[in-house]
Design a protein around this ligand. Sequence first.
Ligand code: PRX
Length: 643
Amino acid sequence: MADDIIEVKPEIAATAHIDAAKLAAMVAAEARDAEAFWRTEMGRVAWMKEPTKIKSVDFTGDVSIKWFEDGVLNASVSCLDRHLARRGDQVAIIWEGDDPNSDAKVTYRELHKRVCKLANAMRRLGVKKGDRVCIYLPMIVEAAVAMLACARVGAIHSIVFGGFSPDSLSSRIQDSECTLLITADEGRRGGRKVPLKANADEALLTCPSIRHVVVAKNTGGAVEMMAGRDHWWDAITSGEGETCEPEPMSSEDPLFILYTSGSTGKPKGVLHTTGGYMVWASFTHENVFDYRDGEIYWCTADVGWVTGHTYIVYGPLANGATTLMFEGVPSWPDNGRFWQVCAKHKVNIFYTAPTAIRALMRDGEAPVRKHDRSSLRILGSVGEPINPEAWLWYYRVVGDERCPIVDTWWQTETGGILISPLPGAVAQKPGSATLPLPGVKPALVDNDGNLLEGATEGNLVMLDAWPGMMRTIYGDHARFGQTYFSTFKGMYFTGDGARRDADGYYWITGRVDDVINVAGHRMGTAEVESALVAHPAVAEAAVVGMPHEIKGQGIYAYVTLKAGVDSTEALRKELVAWVRKEIGPIATPDAIQWAPGLPKTRSGKIMRRILRKIAANETEGLGDTSTLADPGVVQELIDNKVG
Ligand code: PRX
């Protein structure tokens, strides 16, 4: 099954932006003269001053990545102003609420107005170019307005997913010293309320850099407002003008910071700049989804993740698309919700995560078949490997074998899609992200950094830069070089492993570091461990991913209690609740095993390889355990495995 090939459909190739011949020509043109290629593509965004320098990249030494560096632009102008003449009355955002009876449509003209008003209010609050603004909002139109208003005034936004705890919010605000926080009274998800303002109040007890808080009224729930610090969105924007001078930004001025998990330490502030990111967002959105004027495009991600940044807001709006923003969840009020929304808004392009597909698959075909999906043209997948079974179900049941599936591989760091089929040009294989986009130079290397040729498996690296890649870790350029460019000298290391088949297709096998991917949410095992050891009963903890039928990976924690503490069921529940409170519900451990001891080398290093195998029930081939300080602990852990 995994080796099925779904050929490009002639009727799709005939009208697609890019067919096989055009793709070959693009790849050849890029290879011949990359600068000329990107000089043409940079015309996708509106420049105040056209760049003359295209690319300046060094993956060695201090690592420096610059694209279009002498260009000047403002991202909000590319997303709004330049569309007004031709599509002012076109819907820019369709908002579909958590409650199936609430929705809204916002035209480009209206969105422009709302962005300008907020941008003016932000300036009045003292926000200047380069200041950091934290956004902690649910999936409401205000989230897009806030992002674009930041871009308008040159402030760097840092969005924190609304599911994160006060502690997680606070540490992200502190790291980039944000001066303004934009939040809402409450969010809604699956019929429940999320206390965003109350969480923010708690977080702000430890955030001295925040001077003002703007609060959008969403549910109307009661919140406390601190005089002088907190302002209602409507109150501070109502008197503001409907136009706002965009801040001229150099191409390499930052657009946003987005925190993401790594294998060690606290989350890193991935920094993206303006020109290259916008070109990449537009280029990939148009070509990967074969987006055509007038189509309704829906990406189900949350703006708190990079997918929401690039493929709900910046890419679609740069391309003058109609983008759908969904506040709810796939399973509420029932598990036909996605397809009901597709029918209601006549969605043409639908982009979601494998975990959602796997969860819906469990409920069979009826909830899908009940709704009219004839508007669908292209389906997309992102965030984790999609197993062939889920791929084929998505293809057969959701897309009626009519819609190509683009399995898009990328990362917070890459800014946009790097490996994906183009619907009119590349035959699909269920489970493979297929081939790199023009301008993307993947390679596989062994653990010593030797390039591997042909059909093989190894560590996935990129040999050269593309315009949308991250530029640094906010406030820690040394860590940037260390994290991404030191494992394999002169190459960007993705942290993923991959297989390449005889057709050159890439099959992502998952992370090769201590990052896990739980229901498409990226998490550092170290973060969960430090949350656990912060509990007074815990002496030591080791966290690994375990295979999970729906989430892809689940969180498996081995916990060593302090002497004298009883390993009770009540304590197990308490620790699960503790981690949820410390990080957020996405970090909820799926299993906690009491571990009187952990397998360690004689130098004290925890052997995670062994812990991963035990959690996965793969205890046959545990490999060499003779270097362990106490080999006896392994059998003890196997005997007491939970689940
Ligand atoms: O392991 C890869 C997996 O998600 C990681 C990136 O996570 P994040 O930065 O949160 O971005 C997610 C959305 C782009 C990658 O290192 N991943 C992402 N897309 C795929 C994938 N694994 C396999 N196939 C994909 N299509």
